[in-house]
Design a protein. Structure first.
Lengths: 303, 187
């Protein structure tokens, strides 16, 4: 068998489906541009140029094939169509009507299959995508790296900031899988509602999720230890000199306490008292005092 | 059969086809869907096939061929309709495939040690020795082999299509065929 024969027989995988998808896109795109006509002026200028150069080649005896390419030079091949460009550097992961796609800064899209949801790895090297019970990791061009099958439909996933783990919700449990697709397991005590979990950006081992009872729970995924639980910042309240968390008085001081502010990881509360700000742990332990009249906000690490 | 005979064999049907291509392109420019369907049916397969053999990734190849087709249609007003459509489309496809293959090769050097490939499935029978031999070639060499031996372009055409000297095309074709011979793909 010749090289030509073998190349012809080495057809792309999934070629028929690719044909159908491409036809749908091409058919939808074609009417947008196909009615445009060459303006009279540009046609005359271009025709004159083509005629002049063609005459030169006729005199030099160059072949018809060369003349073809001269005309191509006058009517240069277009660059790939530019869609809506992103306003900044980076790539955007989106779901469009054809499935999952990575949008480059120039607006072009690379389709990476279909999914119910997807998320980037922290440095944008990989994508984790899930569909029904399947969780898979791939490169941004769709090249697959690994995949696992969860015990139940996946309801959301998040890649840890250090890239070492992916947390996902399936079957009413938080599950953790290593970034290389190994060691998939349920998190101890991780009964959860179908809400995408969130990693603590400053502590790569701490995962926050909504428990089966509807409480926001932060847990160390290495040890399984529960870090803190609260229902949101509104649950920390002050009344006179009393600080209450979840309705329980955790600190009482003389004088009057200001508005309490939770730290981003939900571990601490800052509350103004006179000319200072108290930093208090979620269980009410007073940890430090910072000079200042009131605490207004607590920025994320690195901001 | 000499090489020039082979070239003539390839050119004759292409020239005959070019005449109807012009009519097709004109009809597409008028917005006739039937003409678009015929143009797509005629050119999608080779474009997609060539992109896949160069970039060696199914999703990327589909994307490249699709972008090229949409781009070509969007710029039909700049296309000289007396010329064949195929070389115009193939120029876009092959150059884009080379760019993507280069970019993927650069990324893979970083990523392959971090995450081992697990669970990739493709149940279809494949010509493993051919694909392995192609994978061993740089993308520019693969492109020359594909343009010559799949799409049937002459070395002179390839030189103009890729905008590289003809001698470079010949050396890439020679090295490509040597690699295929070593892999037992060609005699």
């Amino acid at each position: 068998m010749t090289v030509e024969d073998r190349l012809r027989r080495a057809v792309p995988p999934d070629a028929e489906a690719a044909h159908d998808r491409a036809w749908a896109v091409v058919r939808a795109a074609a009417p947008l541009r196909t009615t445009k006509r060459v303006t009279t002026t540009s046609f005359v200028v271009r025709s004159a140029g083509a005629a002049a150069v063609a005459a030169l080649f006729a005199l030099s005896g160059a072949g018809a094939a060369t003349a073809d390419w001269v005309t191509d030079t006058l009517a240069p091949a277009p660059k790939p169509r530019v869609a809506v460009q992103l306003p900044t550097a980076g790539r955007l992961l989106i779901a469009d009507r054809h499935g999952l796609a990575v949008v480059r800064q120039d607006g072009t899209r690379v389709r990476v299959g279909t999914a119910d949801g997807a998320t980037w790895s922290p440095h944008g090297l990989f994508i984790a995508a899930w569909k029904q019970k399947e969780l898979r990791a791939m490169e941004p061009d769709g090249d697959p790296r690994w995949r696992i099958t969860a015990p139940a439909t996946i309801r959301g996933a998040a890649w840890s900031p250090d890239g070492l783990r992916i947390a996902y919700i399936a079957g009413g449990r938080v599950r953790i899988v290593s970034g290389n697709g190994m060691n998939d397991h349920a998190l101890i005590g991780g009964a959860a509602r179908p809400v995408t979990p969130v990693w603590n950006p400053g502590r790569a081992q701490e995962l926050t999720y909504v428990s089966a009872a509807g409480r926001v729970v932060a847990r160390d995924v290495g040890t399984g230890r529960r870090v803190v639980a609260h229902r949101g910042h509104a649950r920390a309240t002050t009344s006179g000199g009393s600080l209450r968390i979840d309705g329980r008085a955790v600190l009482t001081v003389r004088g009057r306490l200001g508005r309490p502010v939770w730290s981003p990881d939900g571990r601490y509360v800052a509350v103004g008292r006179g000319t200072s700000v108290l930093i208090v742990s979620a269980d009410g332990r007073r940890l430090s005092t910072v000079a200042g009249r009131a605490a207004y906000d607590w920025a994320l690490p690195g901001s | 059969v000499t090489s020039s005979d082979a070239v003539d064999d390839l050119r004759l049907p292409a020239q005959r086809r070019a005449r109807s291509e012009r009519a097709l392109v004109r009809a597409v420019a008028r917005g006739e869907e039937a003409a678009l369907a015929e143009l797509f049916a005629r050119f999608w397969g080779p474009a997609h096939h060539a992109a896949w053999l160069i970039v060696r990734d199914a999703a990327a190849a589909e994307d490249i061929a699709q972008e090229a087709f949409v781009s070509a249609l969007a710029h039909l007003d700049r296309f000289d309709r007396r010329r064949p459509f195929g070389p115009w489309l193939h120029r876009i496809v092959v150059n884009r495939a080379i760019d993507v293959a280069r970019a993927r090769a650069a990324r893979r050097e970083v990523a392959s040690d971090v995450l081992p490939e697990v669970g990739v499935e493709d149940a279809r029978p494949i010509d493993a020795s051919l694909l392995a031999a192609l994978d061993g070639l740089p993308p520019e060499f693969r492109a020359c082999v594909v343009l010559r031996h799949l799409l049937g372009y002459t070395p002179g055409d390839i030189s103009r299509l890729l905008d590289i000297p003809r001698g470079t095309v010949n050396s890439r074709l020679r090295r490509g065929l040597d690699a295929l011979k070593e892999a037992g793909v060609s005699r």
